[in-house]
Design a protein around this ligand. Structure first.
Ligand code: PMP
Length: 440
């Protein structure tokens, strides 16, 4: 019997006792290739010696100093590092302990900004149906997954959801890329106009949709259009790069590939690579100044924000990525992974789509390859794939079912940036066996 309340704790779960490189080991001596980086977290794999050394050194110096009394060198250095590489205009950093905290803080920053500049009537948040932004109440309200939200609805802030820009849909409609991107982005403008352009705080979106859709990148110039619409109506653009950011897609920030910069950006997961819980909001100077010139501070805070151990992990992980040129490996291994996935699953009768960027790839599973009809969500295909993959020593991130009308089960792959070619081959081989066994 277990006394721990994990999301999925059960007696059959292996007990992890160690990790090295791209593998985790359980108590019974089995090893697992971490091809999902947990949930797109472990970007340097496990037991990286330079990160461990940095953490030990920080622990020896000082584990904790409350941000109400002190700033710390390590947190300042991490903030400098993040700002040096941030999208244009994002020149301040708010350090927190994870993705949901980052999203909560970004939402509150956006609201406080408008209060500070004398537009308190702005109160609406618009987000997308295909999205996950976290499990705390604000983040949960913002996310698009109705199933996650339904029982907590009375506790949630009001949010408005539009469709994501989903390549899958483009093929269904027969529109050109530009027509589809314009139509998808147009939903934002229509919603802003409906709510009243001077009533909307922010639009929140994952640059590449992760957990709920399986690494779905935007189509064409979708985000350029989104940026223009936000600017036209004075609405803040919050990009949630908690999952797709910090190098996962081959550029440090996914939005670099879309040629835009948001007003606020959330990061976490790969920021600390799993070595410590750490997240951050990157914010623009104008938002920062609204607080410093207005009431003087951002009215928010957590006991563990800017924690020195978390900052040390983030700093070490980010320095290793740059020193070892790992983004180039993300691009090269991402291309190899994509090619191998296409080779293995391109003609698979139950694979409807293979998509993603860099080492953030999704394989979509469908009942019928041609019509793209989905499996019955009750079939729990995702659970079967997870079980079969784990039995073959492979960790992948399968998600399933129909989410707000978007069909399809999918498997998300997000291996550590240090993965090598032969290991990519091994991942695809094992995944192929696991999927076929789950479908049998
Ligand atoms: N935003 C996105 C895009 C995420 O993928 C996640 C986590 N899957 C979160 C926010 C929430 O992060 P956390 O689980 O660290 O609270």
């Amino acid at each position: 019997m277990t006394h721990i309340l994990h999301r999925a704790a059960n007696a059959a779960m292996p007990v992890a006792v160690g990790g090295r490189g791209i593998e985790l080991f359980d108590r019974d001596g089995r090893s697992y290739i971490d091809a999902s980086g947990g949930a797109a977290v472990s970007c340097l794999g496990h037991g990286h010696p330079d990160v461990l050394a940095a953490l030990h050194a920080q622990l020896d110096r000082m584990a904790y100093a409350h941000t109400g009394f002190f700033t710390t060198e390590v947190a300042e250095r991490l903030a400098d590092r993040l700002v040096a590489d941030a999208p244009a205009g994002l020149d301040h950093v708010y350090l927190v302990s994870g993705g949901s905290e980052a999203v909560e803080a970004a939402l509150k920053m956006a609201r406080q900004y408008f209060v500070e500049i004398g537009q308190p009537q702005r109160r609406h948040v618009i987000a997308r149906r295909q999205s996950y932004h976290g499990n705390t109440l604000g983040a949960l309200a913002t996310g698009g997954n109705e199933w996650r939200r339904s029982q907590f609805r009375p506790l949630l802030i009001e949010t408005h959801h539009i469709d994501a820009c989903y390549e899958y849909r483009l093929r269904e409609t027969g529109e050109s890329e530009a027509e589809y991107a314009a139509r998808a982005a147009g939903q934002l403008e229509a919603t802003i106009l409906e709510l009243g352009p001077d009533r909307v705080i922010a639009f929140v979106a994952e640059t590449v949709v992760g957990a709920t859709a399986g690494a779905v990148p935007p189509v064409g110039d979708y985000f350029k259009r989104i940026r223009e619409i936000c600017d036209r109506h004075g609405v803040l653009l919050i990009l949630d790069e908690v999952m797709c950011g910090m190098g996962r897609t081959g550029t440090l920030h996914a939005c670099e590939q879309d040629g835009i910069a948001p007003d606020l950006m959330t990061i976490a997961k790969g920021l600390g690579g799993g070595y410590q819980p750490v997240g951050a909001v990157l914010l623009s100077g104008r938002i920062f100044e609204s607080f410093s010139k207005g009431s003087g501070f951002f009215q928010h805070g957590h006991t563990y924000m800017g924690h020195p151990m978390a900052a040390a992990a983030g700093l070490a992980v980010q320095e290793v990525i740059r020193r070892d040129g790992l983004l180039a490996n993300v691009v090269a291994m991402g291309e190899h992974l994509r090619a191998r996935l296409e080779q293995r699953f391109g003609n698979h009768p139950h694979v409807g789509d293979i998509r993603g960027r860099g080492l953030f790839q999704g394989v979509e599973l469908v009942a019928d390859r041609l019509t793209k009809a989905s499996f019955d969500p009750k079939s729990r295909l995702n659970a079967a794939i997870k079980r079969e993959a784990m039995a073959r020593g492979l960790m992948v991130y399968p998600m399933g079912g129909t989410i707000d009308g978007v069909r399809g089960d999918h498997v998300l792959l997000a291996p550590p940036f240090i993965i090598e070619r032969h290991q990519v081959d091994d991942v695809v081989e094992r995944l192929g066996e696991a999927i076929d066994a789950a479908l049998a």
